[in-house]
Ligand binder design. Structure first.
Ligand code: PGA
Length: 250
């Protein structure tokens, strides 16, 4: 049985002081929830969020990292820096990073390797645009993204990471994919992992759905056989909504 994993992606929201206040409130309301709970906060909020989360079941994550260890990369943050702070997960290849910061499937793969090298677990995002869906190339696109993202990773590494299926047309639009649409693609992703590695590895990798997940839609999405939780943007900024989503029970 795969443990459900519900991750909040705060994007560029909250100051360190606001992050600490939010996590203090959230940790009371998610007490006792058995799903894995993650909050991916802005880099500068990580120390305050980690302190606030002490003694709770909330894990703090980063939203990005660079693939190089160190050097002349102004404004970037390395895996070693994140590991030193004491975090476990890092989001890689979010569609906003791909669209606004020119990230590619190749840099996603470099970052995934760098994450593991530094003892971090990647949450790798993939997803199709509305045009790709309408033109019928969604399955090829998803398969390609997953294949390149995982290139030269070991089966043990793949079993340990998270893949987030986030259709671009559903992100921040209020237009959630239906549970059936999301399940179809999460199944495609699991099948690709089975082809590349083994059925056993595919059964271990956790696959999230993301894109306008809210307190009303989470239940039907997370009850699908290949959906192991969610990557939640807007609704992760509200304690009550995120608590309902994170508290999903089969
Ligand atoms: P959303 O964002 O829930 O606000 O659509 C999800 C994401 O981008 O991870």
């Amino acid at each position: 049985m795969r443990t459900k994993v519900i991750a909040g992606n705060w994007k560029m929201n909250k100051t360190p002081a606001e992050a600490a206040e939010f996590i203090m409130e959230l940790k009371e309301s998610v007490k006792g929830i058995e799903n894995e709970i993650i909050a991916a906060v802005p880099f500068v909020c990580i120390p305050a969020a980690l302190t606030a989360s002490e003694g709770s079941n909330i894990k703090i994550a980063a939203q990005n990292m660079h693939w190089e260890e160190k050097g002349a990369y102004t404004g970037e943050i390395s895996g070693a820096m994140l590991k030193d702070l004491g975090i476990e997960y890092v989001i890689i290849g979010h569609s906003e990073r791909r669209e606004y910061f020119a990230e590619t499937d190749e840099t996603v793969n470099l970052k995934a390797h760098a994450a593991f090298k530094n003892g971090l677990k990647p949450i790798i995002c993939v997803g199709e645009s509305l045009l790709q869906r309408d033109e019928g190339v969604m399955p090829e696109h998803i398969r390609y993204q997953v294949k390149v993202a995982l290139l030269n990773l070991s089966a043990e590494q793949v079993a340990d990471l998270i893949i987030a299926y986030e259709p671009i047309w559903a992100i921040g639009t209020g237009r959630t994919a239906t549970a059936e649409q999301a399940q179809e693609v999460c199944k495609i992703i699991r099948d690709v992992v089975a082809e590349l590695y083994s059925k056993e590895t595919a059964e271990k990798v956790r696959i999230q759905y993301g894109g306008s997940v809210n307190a009303q839609t989470a239940d039907s999405l997370f009850s699908m056989p290949d959906i192991d939780g969610g990557l939640v943007g807007g609704a992760s900024l509200k304690v009550n909504d995120f608590t309902v989503i994170a508290g999903y029970k089969a």
